[in-house]
Design a protein around this ligand. Sequence first.
Ligand code: AHR
Length: 514
Amino acid sequence: MYLKKILGGFLVLVSFLATAQNEIVVNTDLGKETISKDIYGHFSEHLGHCIYGGYWVGEDSNIPNTNGIRNDVVDALKEIAIPNLRWPGGCFADEYHWMDGIGSRDERPTMINTHWGGVTEDNSFGTHEFLELCSQLDCEPVICGNLGSGTPQEMSQWVEYLNSGNVSPMTDLRKANGREEPWGVKYWGVGNESWGCGGNMTAQFYADNMRRFSTFTKNYGENRLYKVACGPNVDDYNWMETLMKNGNPGGSFQGISLHYYTVCHTWRQKGSATQFDEKEYFTTMDKTLFMDELLRNHITIMDKYDPRNRVGLIVDEWGNWHDVEPGTNPGFLYQQNTLRDAMVASVNLDLFNKYCRRVKMANIAQTVNVLQAMILTQDGEMVKTPSYYVFKMYKVHHDATLLPSDVTCDNYTYEEESVPAISTTASKAADGKIHITLSNLDPHNSKEVLCEMRGTDKLSFVTGSIVTGDKINSYNDFGKKEEVSLKDFKDVKVNGNSLTVKMPAKSIVMIELN
Ligand code: AHR
């Protein structure tokens, strides 16, 4: 009888271990790095209908607005607490002359937006309008200066216009344009993609120019500029090495950028945002996970030249880049956004969190109507995309302490190739609550995930949420019910200091524990 009981217990344990293939050990007592909320930043360029129509409709528009900026878009972005916004580009930044975008709107000169559709830019959205937008969003402005076609004087004067409280020509001009107090802008990009659209420079030529331009961008008052040098294109490790070696890190720049877009096929034919099969879904997951290797390798170079970790890695352009929606202007980069995009968002955010010792900011491209957007608009209508809901879910990690975790998980295999099926982040908030976000990349199989919370005795489940959809290409569109949104999730069992989470296939979940 006694033997039978032991045997029974043994069998239960064996069968439990056989099914518990997904296990995460979270070290709740070993957290030391902060996940900067700036990792959840955004990027908005003068491109297609991101600025015009996306945010800016003008004061006389029928679309409800405050000082020309749409209320619905601001309200939606406030819900995801966007911490910072990068502007005016992108490639546009290196052909933008800021003085064209100040003063009376009727008198502002026009220009041609040569990169994005060759359309005429009337400069009605300029410095004051951007800073008004940031103030409505309650977020930090990140301004990218023009190193490619501008001069050190032009860049220097823009910083003076923004930040100086002294008596000076730029201060007077700002006041004449209706702004008495300096804005105190902290984040400043010294050119964009200078290896490409920003001037086709070599790494050494850029390093020298960046040092020169940076010399003339000054600190005013209490404000200390955080200058972001143009960093590498994807895996250009030579660019990173040259900048870290010869660019005066910590002096001429405090952050260095990295750009990596996930492109399913090729740059010529990227593939549809909505009409894709499992092979393309798998390829997208595989390609987006390359971000792990990129971050690891670039950080290794940064560690070599900056062992004190003074310089931040700023991933200021990332996300999925698909073909434009049929019938739309190819130069406007308007694409739909499905559950696949949501998965790309969660996987990348997990990676930025994982490397948060070095990754101090990231900006998904681009907030409204362009590339992997949070929001799509059509006249007065607005749609929240699946990616939006991931950013909403991940708010719990803003400025929380990263809890180091060890993950053992199944693979998601397609034909002969595999990627890890589970991606995760665990963090502890200032109020002591623990949050775990988990993504199950496998589109067919649900996963039972055992989380062992080392360093704590007893936990209780507070709340949970989930982002999923019926299909990998479920998406939200104008005039129809949302297919993907943020819903309550309760499929969690807590036992002492461990918990079992039952994740549906192709889902992203968040668990809050006390
Ligand atoms: O985000 C679209 C473009 O992609 C940006 O303007 C440029 O920096 C990058 O190549």
